[in-house]
Design a protein around this ligand. Sequence first.
Ligand SMILES: NC(=O)c1ccc[n+]([C@@H]2O[C@H](COP(=O)([O-])OP(=O)(O)OC[C@H]3O[C@@H](n4cnc5c(N)ncnc54)[C@H](OP(=O)(O)O)[C@@H]3O)[C@@H](O)[C@H]2O)c1
Length: 219
Amino acid sequence: MGGVALSAAVHGLHHRLGLPFAFEPIPFPKPFLVWGGSTGVGMFSVKLASLAGYKVVTVASKHNWELLKSLGASKVFDWRDPDIVSHIKSWAVDEGGDFIKQGIDTISEKNSVETCAEIVGGGGKLITLLPIPRKTNPKGAYIQQMNVFDALKPKKTTYSRLMTEWNHNVIPKYLESGLLYKGMIPLKLYTGGLEELPEAIDYMRQGKASGHRVVVQLK
Ligand SMILES: NC(=O)c1ccc[n+]([C@@H]2O[C@H](COP(=O)([O-])OP(=O)(O)OC[C@H]3O[C@@H](n4cnc5c(N)ncnc54)[C@H](OP(=O)(O)O)[C@@H]3O)[C@@H](O)[C@H]2O)c1
């Protein structure tokens, strides 16, 4: 279930940032940032972080807000808002005063890394999905790039061991308990097999994938 997007969210949140699984959530809710909630990795990150007991704040276009709330987001802002940093920080204060100290940037370009670093601030931890642009000012935040394929390689590294554990022992529990379920993430399905792959790639290149995963089904 979920393919690379779910694996990347699991790796970023649980393996790199150390969020607990849903079966032992944090005792008191803390805020957690998902930049790009409507990306594939973002939608799964919103779900996993909210199941771990976090109050998730995320950013997306308005037409995706209800979807993200249905996945567990406490608050959604539009990423185009020029005052996004102060709005997100004020939200965290209004929600109980905890600073946002952890987050994942599922976009990792167009200045998003620096914006997220400003939100999690000094001492905060941020995971990116792409290499950190060279001129990024980390604003005192600890920023780490991750690549889920490192964890999917059949090597005996800590990350691949953790991913094997997730795939064999943890995800079945999420599915059996109904915490993750089929149909949770909207799909745009191409059923014509590999022949439709170029069309599906064009669709994504044109930036049309928004709040859904694009899947090409093999015949
Ligand atoms: N390192 C890894 O292991 C790993 C794993 C998987 C993916 N990736 C990378 O992660 C990136 C995302 O992949 P994906 O397939 O999940 O993305 P995707 O579904 O193609 O992303 C499309 C979404 O991006 C959102 N978006 C575009 N610009 C944004 C911005 N400036 N701020 C916030 N949201 C913005 C759009 O939101 P709205 O439509 O709501 O505006 C749209 O829903 C890609 O670069 C991919 O290569 C890396």
